[in-house]
Design a protein around this ligand. Structure first.
Ligand code: GTP
Ligand code: MG
Length: 307
């Protein structure tokens, strides 16, 4: 059997979200003979239920109402196409790259996010992808909270065939990152990927720990291309939006990786993240396997949820 293409995997991963959005919208539209307020109310409910978020949903409804008025649209069947177009538009408003920045080399990717969202897994998949592209990759076990966290990253480093810099449990994460940078310089590494702890129970803890790491990076790796990647779990829906807000306050987040899209109908959260929070979604996780990480492409995403 041939391997599924990128788009097929995305389609598979987004199947629950597609059921929640596209199929429900079809059901609604087919039950209306003309476009009226009630139709909009039902559309609104579908979008909010799929975790598009109240603000983004309201904005979208206003935008399609305006188009319907201006273009004198009469048929309910046309509404779905308009919605698809407006979703694509609000997502592309952000004139940011949706690709992880790794050029010019060397680059450093600091991976942050609360516990359990999929940071370590995403690092493993990412390292494997870059290694396969011929890049020299090094991992840093910056989550020193538990010995198991270090072991887990070690496991991924073996699977991906890349080296790992680690200290013992309880070590200062900034010191591990410091060592990682020195090793990257000595080994002429292209991409240094750093894990961090998710178990930081409050904002000032989080800020202190991250700031220490940022200072080390700024001082020791000033010229490196930097990416601060926030990992969010799609299954948490609106909670993911709240996490993004908190992390935006403490760090200059340059991109988002959304994980676990395969198990959820809440994929609509991506629309809100990209359009409301103005942080580009750069990666999507669609499974637990090493190949289950994909670059985020707005057009493919919109096609996949409206198929
Ligand atoms: N289905 C699915 N599961 C995923 C995906 N990404 C991660 N997971 C699973 O989510 C769980 C947590 O992943 P980790 O990578 O350990 O998460 P973490 O953020 O490093 O967690 P802590 O180190 O505890 O803060 C694991 O069981 C992963 O296999 C994904 O895209 N899809
Ligand atoms: Mg981890």
């Amino acid at each position: 059997m041939s391997k599924p293409s990128f788009f097929e995997k995305l389609m598979g991963g987004l199947s629950k979200t597609r059921n929640e959005i596209s199929n429900k919208i079809d059901g609604i539209i087919n039950s209306y003979k003309k476009i009226d307020e009630e139709l909009f109310d039902e559309l609104e409910e579908v979008l909010v239920t799929a975790d598009v978020g109240v603000n983004t949903t309201m904005k979208l409804i206003d935008l399609i109402k305006l188009r319907i008025k201006n273009e004198k649209v009469k048929e309910p069947e046309e509404v779905k196409g308009l919605l698809k177009e407006e979703i694509r538009k609000i997502m592309t408003e952000l004139s940011c790259e949706n690709q992880i920045k790794i050029e010019p080399s060397p680059s450093i990717i600091l991976v942050v996010g609360v516990n359990g969202v999929g940071k370590t897994t995403t690092i493993g998949k990412l390292a494997n992808n870059y290694k396969n592209q011929g890049k020299k990759v090094l991992m840093v076990a910056g989550d020193t909270f538990r010995a198991a966290a270090i072991e887990q990253l070690e496991e991924w480093s073996k699977r991906a065939g890349v080296d790992l810099i680690s200290h013992k449990e309880g070590a200062d994460p900034a010191a591990v990152v410091y060592d990682g940078i020195q090793a990257a310089k000595a080994r002429k590494t292209d991409i240094l990927i750093c894990d961090t702890a998710g178990r930081l129970h409050n904002k000032s803890n989080l800020m202190n720990e991250l700031n220490k790491i940022f200072r080390v990076i700024d001082k020791e790796y000033e010229d490196a291309t930097k990416e601060i990647l926030l990992v969010l779990d799609a299954t948490t829906g609106q909670n993911a939006i709240n996490q993004a807000k908190v992390f935006k306050e403490v760090a200059n987040i340059t991109g988002i990786a959304i994980t676990k899209l395969d198990g959820t109908a809440k994929g609509g959260v991506i629309i809100a993240l990209q359009s409301e929070l103005k942080v580009p979604v750069k990666l999507v996780g669609v499974g637990e396997g090493i190949d289950d990480l994909q670059p985020f492409i707005i057009d493919d995403f919109v096609e996949a949820i409206f198929k």
